[in-house]
Design a binder for this molecule. Structure first.
Ligand code: UDP
Ligand code: MG
Length: 327
């Protein structure tokens, strides 16, 4: 019997929370009104997680297990799981139970009303540091200002997507996957359910500061070219000031003013312009780097082993399942 619901759970070094997670997933699948499957994606964990997960997938026909060959990161892990989901509604949730399974039932209710993308908005975030909340808030303001699509705030990757929206997502070929932005871009009928985000059930965050910064950069660069346009406006402003300054110099000249002074203003101008040039070269470099990684067309991920699927993937991650399907 093919499942109606697919639960996709990315897992990176989560052995502490797995017993609880599997119990809650069992309960959630029992509570759902139609057959469900759970796709557990091990994102190259170094602990016992993959052993526990594979055993579960071999012992329980509702579970599927995929292990990636290394740590590809959260966004790629959830893309992997979604690419292998068989359900008509696919729900992505974190392993640490910060995305409470009960909320899934509210999402399903919205889906039945005909909404294609249901995302969960965090009303509160318990047990997260002030620093994380403040930086997250700042980031979403910045992104909201820069991006052409409206990326909802206080929303992570906890969402339900309909098959139609999922296929649109999987057909997006980019390597640089900022999943919440991509779903905002897709459109369709979208709705929100609100929830209070509890602290992590066990273990520690797997999102290091470096990973968070990378995610933030990826969000800005994938959804905005405003940083590139910065050079245009800065260039215009600086040139206009230079013209005014030039006119002033000519005026002083005609009045035979004394020109021995002014070396310090030149030093300031030269260093400022040098810095501005380097900054903009760096911004260009960031975008060129993204273009480079896109044109290399490497697979998005590499699967090491899997269990519980009816048939293995049609092709190795190749150019992504979506591309394989289009071919
Ligand atoms: N995760 C992952 N790969 C990574 C980092 C995290 O698959 O490189 C998973 C992790 O196991 C969890 C989810 O992504 O299921 C969210 O991570 P976490 O709870 O550590 O992030 P936070 O809630 O602290 O932002
Ligand atoms: Mg978490």
């Amino acid at each position: 019997m093919s499942p109606v619901y697919s639960l996709v759970v990315p897992i990176y070094n989560e052995e502490a929370v797995l017993p609880l997670l599997l119990r809650r997933l069992d309960a959630l699948m029992d509570a759902l009104d139609a057959p469900a499957e759970a796709i557990l994606v091990d994102d190259g964990s170094a602990d016992a997680s993959p052993i526990v997960l594979e055993a579960k997938a071999r012992g329980d026909s509702r579970y599927r297990f995929i292990r990636l060959s290394r740590n590809f990161g959260h966004q790629v892990a959830i893309t992997t799981g979604m690419a292998r989901a068989a359900g008509r509604a696919v729900i992505v949730m974190d392993a640490d139970l910060q995305d409470p399974p009960e909320v899934v039932l509210d999402m399903v209710a919205k889906w039945k009303e005909g909404v294609q993308v249901v995302y969960a908005e965090r009303l509160t975030r318990e047990g997260e540091s002030r620093f994380k909340r403040m930086t997250a808030d700042l980031f979403y303001r910045l992104l909201g200002g820069l991006s052409e699509v409206d990326i909802p705030r206080n929303v992570g990757d906890f969402r339900l997507v309909d098959r139609q929206a999922l296929d649109a997502f999987l057909a997006m070929p980019e390597r640089d996957r900022f999943v919440r932005g991509m779903f905002a871009w897709i459109g369709f009928r979208q709705a929100v359910v609100k929830f209070h985000r509890p602290p992590r059930a066990a273990g520690e965050t797997k999102y290091s500061l470096a990973k968070m910064l990378r995610l933030a950069a990826s969000g800005v660069v994938s959804f905005s070219d405003a940083p590139l346009r910065l050079a245009l406006w800065a260039g215009l402003a600086i040139s206009s000031l230079a013209i005014l300054y030039g006119l002033w110099v000519i005026a002083m000249w005609t009045m035979n003013a004394d020109f021995a002074r002014g070396w310090s203003s030149i030093a300031v101008l030269v260093t400022f312009l040098g810095g501005a040039n380097m900054l903009m070269t760096g911004v260009l470099g960031v975008y060129v780097g993204r273009i480079y990684s896109e044109v290399k067309r490497r697979p998005l991920y590499v699967v090491e082993r899997e269990a519980g699927f009816a048939a293995p993937a049609a092709e190795s991650a190749g150019r992504g399942e979506a591309a394989a399907r289009r071919a």
